[in-house]
Design a protein around this ligand. Structure first.
Ligand code: FES
Length: 111
């Protein structure tokens, strides 16, 4: 971990507050971040605001690789934030989320 990574890492409490198969929204500093726990395992974090028209990505439908925005169904890759549904929608920022001894830690750096 670098010094700059340390500077933007925030401990957000127990990982279990994000149910498996769902996402939850958090604030990391001033940044709204959606953390996802896909059923296949692992943790992913994306900017919580859909770049299409501001939909709440944490409330989106999740599978093992993508989240679908609840407003207009654009899909974003969990690992990179890439918009994979076309339509000229921008990608969304992807951040690093990890489980440290049962605690959720999010860093505002790309995974
Ligand atoms: S606001 Fe997310 S798809 Fe439109």
């Amino acid at each position: 971990m670098t010094a700059s990574d340390e500077a933007v890492s925030v401990r957000l409490g127990p990982v279990d507050q994000v149910p498996v198969g769902e996402g939850r929204a958090f604030l990391v500093g001033d940044e709204p971040v959606a953390v996802f726990r896909p059923r296949s395992g692992g943790l992913h974090a994306l900017r919580a605001i859909c770049p299409h028209r501001g939909g709440p990505l944490a409330d989106g439908l999740l599978d093992d690789e993508v989240v679908m925005c609840p407003l207009h169904n654009h899909r974003f890759t969990l690992s990179s934030g890439e918009c994979v549904s076309g339509g000229g929608v921008d990608d969304v920022a992807a951040y690093t989320a990890r489980d440290e001894d049962g605690e959720l830690v999010v860093s505002l750096v790309a995974p």
